[in-house]
Design a binder for this molecule. Structure first.
Ligand code: ADP
Ligand code: ADP
Length: 218
């Protein structure tokens, strides 16, 4: 479970997140919807512990990650602009991550399989399509078998088949009891993969509602 309580985050004079409070529960795919610049990535970075709130608190499974990044076996994240070395194979990208975090190697083949990249594991990540790059990022997020999965714009670059694939993957992660939190700037996109929605605008909460409720209101 993720609990965001009265969080404010400023970058200089710019307020990225303003007194934001919400809870993300396990077992349900929760979407994080808002236009570009609404504060979604900033909030996700604070959940992962890559950034810290100016005021308020963020806890994950009851723990705050104020002073360090969450370990991969607790929180797995696909964040925007996380660099993938283009000359490295998908396998070696995951191997580097596994080695630095003490995750067993057999887990690499498991996650490559889970995201449908097992046949291209030895190919250079630089030769991947946008969708394959997204899958590799998702594989990295799942490497530590985390209870909490944070994906920033994971549907970006996926074709319709990829969207169905991610919907099923997220659903199965949630059904296993994980906390799954997924951002998008498109209601049409997020409605395909999430059941519950946290909607933000200008860093503030606009709605905390089920997707079906939201669609009825639209
Ligand atoms: P979203 O993910 O919803 O597009 P962001 O969290 O990326 O929104 O950005 C929220 C606001 O904070 C935007 O106005 C953005 O320009 C600003 N912002 C985000 N990160 C930084 C940063 N590192 N330095 C300065 N401003 C930032
Ligand atoms: P199962 O029916 O045993 O869950 P899966 O193919 O879903 O079969 O999973 C195979 C292995 O991968 C299991 O050990 C499971 O715990 C693990 N696993 C499944 N999904 C994930 C995930 N999203 N992140 C980490 N580990 C996962």
């Amino acid at each position: 479970m993720i609990v965001v309580e009265h969080v404010t985050k400023n970058y200089g004079k710019k307020t990225a997140v303003n007194d934001l409070s919400f809870t993300v529960r396990p077992g349900v795919v929760t979407g994080f919807l808002g236009p570009n610049g609404a504060g979604k990535s900033t909030t996700m970075r604070m959940i992962v512990g890559l950034d810290r709130p100016d005021t308020g608190s963020v806890t994950v499974g009851g723990k705050p990650y104020r002073d360090h990044v969450a370990p991969l076996h607790e929180v797995g994240a696909l964040l925007e602009a996380r660099a993938i070395h283009p000359g490295r194979s998908a396998y070696n990208h995951l191997l580097a991550l596994a080695t630095t975090t003490g995750i067993p190697r057999r887990r690499i083949t498991e996650v490559l399989d889970l995201v449908g990249l097992s046949t291209v594991g030895r190919k250079r990540a630089g030769a991947f399509s946008l969708g394959m790059g997204q899958r590799l990022g998702i594989a990295a997020a799942l490497l530590g078998d985390p209870d909490v999965v944070i994906l920033d714009e994971p549907v970006n670059g996926l074709d319709p088949e990829g969207i169905v694939w991610i919907r099923n993957l997220l659903k199965s992660l949630a059904d296993e009891g994980r906390t799954v939190f997924v951002s998008s700037h498109l209601i049409s996109e997020i409605a395909l993969v999430a059941e519950h929605l946290i909607v933000v605008g200008r860093g503030e909460l606009i709605a905390d509602t089920s997707v079906s409720e939201m669609q009825r209101a639209a």
